[in-house]
Design a protein around this ligand. Sequence first.
Ligand code: ZN
Length: 180
Amino acid sequence: MAILPIYTYGHEVLSKVAKPIKQSDAALKTLVEDMFETMHQASGIGLAAPQVGVSLRLIVVDISVIDDYEDESPLVIINPMILETEGERTMEEGCLSLPGIRETVTRPAIITLKYRDENFKEHTEKFDGLNARVIQHEMEHLNGELFIDRLDSRTRREIKQELQAIKRGDIEAEYVLAEK
Ligand code: ZN
C-alpha cells in the first residue's frame, strides 16, 4: 500500500469531469487500497479519485473512525448515480483538498444510490446520516465541483484569501500534498 499525495484547490484534475470505470482489475484494486491508506493517514472519512490525481469515477468512504459510527463498514463506490433523494439537512463540511476550510452546506438527507463495488458488483442502496452526506460530497468531486461552489457569495468572499493561499500552495497540512 502507498500513501498518495492529495491534490488541492487549483489543481486542474479537481475541476474535470471524471471518467466512468469500465471494469475491475488489479490496478483498480491497488488504487482502492492506496486511497483507503491515504484517507486514513489524513484522518479523512471520504476520498474521491480526482483528489489523488486520478480522473475516474471512484470514491472511498469510511466513517467508522467517528464516534457513534464505529459499526459502519467502509464503502468502495464506483460509477455512482443518485436515483432518489429525500429531505434536507444542513451540516458543517471540510475537504482534504481545501485544508483549513469548514463551512455549513445543505444537502438531501437520504439518497438512493446505484453503484458498483470493487468487484464490479452492482448495488442499489439507501444511505442516510453521515454516509449520505459524505457520498454526496465525494460525488461532487467526480463532476469537477467542490463544496465551496455551493456557498453563498458572502461566505465565498469571506474565505477568498484562504482559497487563494491554497491555490498558490501557500499552506500546510498534516498529510502529503501534491506539488503546485
Ligand atoms: Zn472533498
